[in-house]
Design a protein. Structure first.
Length: 402
């Protein structure tokens, strides 16, 4: 399914939460639940059989897949498409990340897909199920030796691995990233995982352009000392039919998971820019979007590629908190991560937009200090079609409030 079809119609496939529950091994669900609740253990192999892998893929992996769906929708919103060439799903598990990417962008975008996991059983499972779904594509397993081969990688996919990596494994992964043109990295939305991913961003932004979730190339504001209790995370939507499905309800009870909550953190990086990240306002050479430090100007290659987003764009972190007549918005932008206030009476249309929108909360605020007075939402089209929300008129005047 192509992105345009997915975005123009339903956000989920009609069968998004359809599972053949007769194939689910409930004893495997219980065993996997105990392992997950015990916490991460570097090097642990979770799956002991083909049946356990199939059960995991039908249940736990679908929740990861819905997080990937949210990330891919945001990348489409930002006007990004992956590079053509090979894909590597590293730490692939059952291969849910690669399958979501192939479905979203279309298998014709890529010439081959490689899978690697320290579990050989999982790697083979990922290869087999992906071949069954995308039979016309070259799909192969790779081993640990291949990872040091120097073979170029077009798109590197990393998913839900950070808490289980030893320091040595992490360093090997960072070396592998040097071979990739683009990287999509998705992790759980926990405080620890998110902040660790943010720390890696600080190292990687010297070698890559940061495409998402950030709207700038500067230092991560969430890592400032006064933001120590906060973390950069977002929430994916689950298929609406999920809540009315008795089998999914049974799974949620057995696995002790909340089907309504899909928190995630993510990072999208790119080295060689093939074209612009479309945005409502292109930066100019006078913009001061930092890349190696707060005083540096925008790198010329980022300006030319359209990657360095205009400083005035902001990304809402987490969910806005709504109170009577106002919302508090935890907002990340070039000047840091700030807790901003939006009053309904000040910008009622903007207030309603933020209240009803669940993903892709990227805005250009009109601010007065820590108060939002108006703004417009990011659009994939030109600035003329962006949805703008000016401040409400002042009483007795036809002019907008300053």
């Amino acid at each position: 399914m192509q992105p345009a079809q997915r975005l123009a119609g339903a956000r989920f496939r009609p069968d998004a939460c359809a599972v053949d529950w007769s194939r689910v091994d409930w004893a495997a669900v219980d065993r996997l639940r105990k392992l997950f609740l015990a916490g991460p253990a570097p090097g642990r192999i979770y799956w002991q059989s083909q049946a356990e892998l199939e059960t995991y893929d039908l249940t736990f992996a679908q929740r990861i897949g819905w997080k990937w769906d949210a990330v891919l929708r945001e990348l489409e919103l930002r006007g990004w498409r992956p590079p053509s060439g090979p894909v590597l799903d590293w730490g692939c598990g059952t291969g849910i990340a690669a399958r979501r990417v192939l479905e979203f962008f279309g298998p014709e975008q890529f010439d081959q897909v490689w899978f690697y996991d320290h579990s050989v059983l999982a790697t083979q499972f990922a290869v087999e199920v992906t071949r069954a779904e995308f039979g016309g594509l070259r799909i192969e397993p790779v081993g640990a030796g291949w990872l040091t081969s120097g073979e170029p990688i077009g798109l590197l996919l990393i998913s839900h691995v950070l808490s289980e990596l030893t320091q040595g494994a992490l360093q090997a992964l960072l070396r592998l990233m040097d071979r990739a043109q683009s990287v999509i990295w998705v992790e759980p939305g926990t405080h620890a995982d998110s902040r660790r991913l943010g720390s890696l961003r600080e190292r990687l932004r010297r070698r890559f352009a940061v495409l998402a979730p950030c709207t700038h190339q500067a230092a991560c504001g969430i890592l400032a000392p006064h933001n120590a209790r906060h973390w950069c995370h977002f929430f994916a939507e689950a298929p609406p039919a999920l809540m009315a499905d008795p089998d999914w309800a049974r799974f949620a009870q057995r696995a002790e998971v909340d089907l309504r909550s899909l928190p995630y953190s993510f990072l999208v990086l790119e080295k060689a820019h093939r074209g612009p990240i479309r945005q409502a306002q292109q930066p100019t050479s006078s913009c001061t979007v930092a890349c190696g430090g707060p005083s540096e100007a925008v790198r010329p290659d980022l300006i030319a590629a359209g990657v360095a987003t205009a400083p005035s764009y902001s990304r809402v972190i987490g969910r806005p908190r709504f109170y009577k007549g106002l919302a508090k918005v935890f907002s990340c932008q070039l000047d840091g991560v700030l807790d901003l206030i939006l009053r309904e009476r000040t910008a009622p249309d903007l207030f309603q937009d933020i209240q009803t929108r669940t993903e892709g909360l990227i805005y250009q605020w009109v601010r007065a200090g820590d108060e939002i007075r108006g703004g417009h939402r990011w659009s994939t089209s030109s600035i003329t079609s962006n949805q703008s929300y000016p401040p409400a008129p002042t009483e007795g005047s036809s002019k907008s409030a300053p």
